[in-house]
Design a protein. Structure first.
Length: 225
C-alpha cells in the first residue's frame, strides 16, 4: 500500500541510486537509522520495507541486513510506467498473455541464483498469507520477480506499465469478486509449476505453465472466451 513512508523510502533509495551512493546489492540503512532519517515509527518503517520487498526493490536476509535488489526504480521509468492507464480488465489480460509467457521463458534462460531465490521467496510468502490482500500483493510481487529475472530492461518497463494498470479500481473490484479458496489453491499450484520450470531452466515449460495460468485467471475474471 502506498503510504507517505513508502514514498519517502522509495525516494531515499532513488536519490541514492541517482547520486551513485547505492547500486545493485548495496546494503541500505538499518530500521533504526531509517526511523531517524524518515522521522517515522518503527512500525511504519517496517511496513514500508515490506512493501518495497513485495515490489522486488529490496531483499532482506536474516542476520545480514537489507539490500537494494536492482537499479530499476520508479524514478527511472517513464511517466507512463508510473501512472495507471485507462484500460479494462480484458485489455490487461490480453496484454499479459502476450508478454508474460515469453518473459517466463526468458527468465528460465537468464535468471541468476539470486533471482531464483527471490522468486522462491515470493512464492513461499504468497502461499503463507492468510488474507486476500496479502495474497494479491505477493502474487504481484512473484510475477514482477519473474519479469526482473528475464534481465531485459525494456521488457521490464513494459511489464511495469502493464502492471500499473492493475491498480485501477475496476481491476481490483472484479478480481475480488472472482476470488474463492478453490481458485486461490489453483493459483498456488500454477505458481508452483511456473517456479519449478524456472528452477529446471526449462523455457518451454515456463512459457506453457505461465500461459495456462493466465488463461485460467482470464476465465475466472471474465468467463470463457
Amino acid at each position: 500500500m502506498e503510504t507517505p513512508v513508502v514514498r519517502q523510502l522509495r525516494g531515499l533509495l532513488d536519490d541514492g541510486v541517482a547520486d551513485g551512493t547505492l547500486g545493485t546489492g548495496s546494503k541500505i540503512p538499518t530500521e533504526r537509522a531509517l526511523c531517524d532519517t524518515l522521522q517515522a515509527s518503527r512500525t511504519a518503517v517496517r511496513g514500508a520495507l515490506a512493501e518495497l520487498e513485495r515490489e522486488g526493490r529490496i531483499t532482506r536476509h536474516v542476520g545480514r541486513g537489507t539490500f537494494l535488489a536492482e537499479l530499476e526504480g520508479e524514478a527511472h521509468l517513464p511517466d507512463v510506467a508510473r501512472t495507471p492507464l485507462q484500460t479494462s480488465p480484458a485489455e490487461i489480460m490480453a496484454t499479459r498473455l502476450v508478454l508474460e509467457p515469453e518473459i517466463a521463458a526468458l527468465a528460465a534462460r537468464h535468471a541468476t541464483q539470486g533471482d531464483v531465490e527471490h522468486v522462491e521467496h515470493c512464492l513461499r510468502r504468497g502461499n503463507a498469507t492468510t488474507t486476500y490482500e496479502e495474497f494479491e500483493a505477493w502474487d504481484s510481487a512473484l510475477h514482477r520477480a519473474i519479469a526482473a529475472a528475464a534481465h531485459n530492461g525494456l521488457l521490464l518497463r513494459l511489464f511495469d506499465t502493464m502492471n500499473a494498470a492493475r491498480d485501477l479500481p475496476v481491476w481490483g473490484s472484479i478480481k475480488r469478486r472472482s476470488a474463492s479458496p478453490e481458485r486461490r489453491r489453483g493459483y498456488e499450484c500454477s505458481h508452483g509449476e511456473i517456479v519449478a520450470a524456472l528452477l529446471e531452466r526449462d523455457p518451454d515449460a515456463a512459457r506453457g505453465h505461465m500461459r495456462a495460468h493466465l488463461v485460467d485467471v482470464r476465465t475466472n475474471l471474465l468467463g470463457p472466451p
